[in-house]
Design a protein around this ligand. Structure first.
Ligand code: KIV
Ligand code: NA
Length: 265
């Protein structure tokens, strides 16, 4: 088995081979996910909710992200490692964004992810041109949940959908190596994926994207409280965590997860 690279992910996108991604925050899970065939691991700032018990991702620091990225990377042999730029680590200037991105790369990330379209294009260009691949998180963006007015599906109306398509193109033109859509109508995500030269990962974005991501603790059914519609429990009925992860990989690759009528919008 060869290590997953950016060209390999682009090839999977071009061939319609689905990409399986999960969040991961430590070395033990990293090694287990890697062995189970997960293509990409995301050190998500969701660790603010999942590990730190916070109500939002806004208080997560760059140091938190660096620490968990270091832990994850130690457990990885093959998977492609993506780390989130946390809130207030890339907003003030392109130079600040570069410094934060470089810190994550030094900790072991292959790629960084940031939230937002529009204003982020010049930041994406600045970081990409200097040699760090960038994934752009669009649709519902948890760091700006207050501005968005709550946990809402994005791009439902015509104007919103048109803006999303325009922003995707702007970010691709700026050098984005990957897009990630959260909570958008399945038909819109499928249309954007079909037109995109780079892989598009979805969460609550239907089966038509190049790949899927879920929060690890959600799909293992150990997150307390009510889960979002797009989450599926892969643990129940399995006799090990590894079997649950393998089940997720199998279903993503076979396109049997997600089911648009059940998990989509
Ligand atoms: O932080 C995170 O876990 C994420 C995924 C939900 C995409 O950004
Ligand atoms: Na995130």
């Amino acid at each position: 088995r060869k290590a997953t690279t950016l060209p390999r992910l682009a090839q999977m996108h071009a061939r319609g081979e689905k990409i399986a991604m999960l969040t991961c925050y430590d070395a033990a899970f990293a090694s287990l996910l890697d062995e189970a065939g997960v293509d990409m691991l995301l050190i998500g700032d969701s660790l603010g909710n999942v590990l730190q018990g916070r109500g939002s991702t806004a208080p997560v620091s760059l140091d938190d992200m660096v620490y968990h990225t270091t832990c994850v990377r130690r457990g990885v042999k093959w998977a492609f490692v993506v780390a989130d730029l946390p809130f207030d680590s890339y907003h003030a200037s392109r130079e600040e964004a570069w410094k934060s991105s470089a810190a994550l790369v030094k900790a072991g990330a292959h790629m960084v992810k940031l939230e937002g379209g529009g204003w982020t294009a010049e930041t994406v260009r600045f970081i990409s041109e200097r040699g760090i691949p960038v994934c752009c998180h669009l649709g519902f963006t948890p760091q700006t949940v207050t501005s968005l007015g709550g946990f809402r599906v994005q791009g439902r109306d015509e104007a919103g959908a048109a803006r999303m398509k325009r922003e995707s193109q702007e970010l691709i033109d700026a050098g984005a190596a990957m897009l990630l859509y959260e909570m958008v109508p399945a038909a819109l995500a499928a249309e954007i994926t079909a037109a995109s030269p780079v892989p598009v990962i979805g969460i609550g974005a239907g089966v038509g994207t190049s790949g899927q991501v879920l929060v690890l603790h959600d799909m293992l059914n150990i997150t307390p409280g009510k889960k979002p519609r797009f989450v599926k429990d892969f643990m129940t009925g399995k006799d090990s965590v590894k079997a649950a992860i393998q089940g997720y990989v199998t279903e993503v690759k076979a396109r049997t997860f997600p089911v648009d009528a059940v998990h989509g919008f």
